[in-house]
Design a protein around this ligand. Structure first.
Ligand SMILES: *Cc1c(COP(=O)(O)O)cnc(C)c1O
Length: 394
């Protein structure tokens, strides 16, 4: 039996541009057969050549060749030492919060993804981990929230759904001063537009259900660790113990999605810019939250740390009646939760993604009953505009 040692070494492709890295992954081709697409290794266990000898794979909860290719690819794309693929973005964030010990404190972006809100409050609260939500676009607010036991700053930027932007480098510098970890949920922009590890973050997380997978067909999550072997070991221990790893087929779907990440993100970005400009001309649209507007409060930070604005736009309309009208009448645009796929989706955060966020918090953030969020897809933008125009004004 030939050993799989040719799975051990992979090329980090440092000399390639990002657009080429996404296509060629880590191993890229399967080393034994030359299969151009990494196969779906639908195996639970792996046969050993002899006692004390291994192919590098033992049991798929621990490692699986298809998942490993995805994990290595993500480590390359984010610029970290090691990646981990989880059964969901929630599972990825669970692993990251599990790095905290009882008695420790974490500071989070205030309008964070609703599920993350549940993890830190409902799941970890009872283990004696405390938390504070702050507006991370305001460094002074973060400073004021720091306690002697603050061990993690968890940043989502841009935030969901208010599109506030945190200065990742400034936040990471602050975290280093107090000996805390900086974690960035990079779901909205992906490493194509934003590389938090290069800006000083220690860990990046993703709901790869969104842009990385990109086709609204697979739930999954990613964690990438920048440089700490110790943190990598802890995350690996978590995945191994919790059994929250991504399945081989789903790993393959995300890998396939990643191959087109660069071209998709360009189109999302371009379409969102055009749609945001159109929204501005609409009398029934009252306020637009879009990081690509020069008048956006954090535009300078966005320009400094990202290569694009992404495909997300939130906006308010004149009345709840208009909301109902839009959500009933959209046709090409789908009224559905989630984001980051090829299809344009419209979401009503107050009862969908942020259902469990306390009302007072929602109100203070501005998530009112006239508030909508759009994930602009990669269709022809004129078709998106025609559909929204009909739903909004028809
Ligand atoms: C969707 C999402 C999550 C949760 O990911 P799942 O894959 O749905 O478990 C976490 N963070 C952000 C920013 C998200 O958009």
């Amino acid at each position: 039996m030939k050993n799989f040692s040719n799975y051990t070494d992979f090329d980090r492709k440092e000399d390639l541009h990002f657009e080429s890295k996404v296509v060629h992954g880590a191993l890229g081709t399967e080393p034994l057969t030359g299969a151009v697409s990494m196969p779906i290794f639908q195996a639970a266990t792996f046969r050993h050549p002899a006692l004390g000898e291994s192919t590098g794979f033992a049991y798929s909860r621990l490692e699986n060749p298809t998942r490993q290719e995805l994990e290595r690819t993500m480590a390359i794309l984010e610029g970290g030492i090691r990646g981990f693929a989880f059964s969901s973005g929630q599972a990825a964030n669970m692993a990251v919060f599990s790095l905290l010990n009882p008695g420790e404190h974490v500071i989070l972006s205030d309008d964070i993804y609703g599920g993350t809100f549940r993890i830190i409050g409902d799941v970890f609260g009872k283990y004696g981990i405390t938390h504070t939500y702050v507006d991370m676009s305001d460094l002074d607010e973060i400073k004021a929230a720091i306690r002697p036991n603050t061990k993690m700053l968890f940043v989502e930027t841009p935030t969901n759904p208010m599109m506030k932007v945190a200065d990742i480098r400034a936040v990471a510098d602050l975290a280093k001063e107090i000996g805390a970890l900086t974690v960035v949920d990079n779901t909205f922009l992906t490493p194509y537009f934003q590389k938090p590890l290069q800006l000083g973050a220690d860990i990046v997380t993703h709901s790869s259900t969104k842009y990385l997978g990109g086709h609204n067909d697979t739930i999954s999550g990613i964690v990438v660790v920048k440089e700490s072997e110790e943190l990598s070991q802890k995350i690996h221990m978590h995945i191994k113990s919790h059994g929250s790893q991504l399945a081989p087929l789903d790993s393959w779907l995300i890998l396939r999605g990643i191959k087109t990440l660069a071209v998709r993100m360009d189109r999302h970005n371009e379409n969102a810019q055009k749609l945001a400009a159109w929204l501005k001309t609409q009398p029934k649209v009252k306020k637009i939250y879009y990081v690509g507007f020069p008048e956006h409060k954090d535009y300078a930070v966005t320009k400094k740390q990202t290569m694009g604005f992404g495909g997300m736009i939130s906006f308010t309309v004149d009345s709840f009646e208009t909301v109902e009208n839009i959500l009933r009448k959209v046709d090409l645009i789908m009224f559905a939760e989630s984001l980051g796929g090829t299809e344009t989706l419209i979401t009503y955060p107050t009862t969908q993604t942020h259902e469990d966020t306390p009302l007072a918090v929602k109100e203070s953030l501005g998530i009112t009953d006239c508030f909508l969020r759009m994930s602009v897809g990669i269709e022809n933008v004129e078709d998106i505009i025609v559909d929204l125009d009909r739903a909004l004004n028809g």
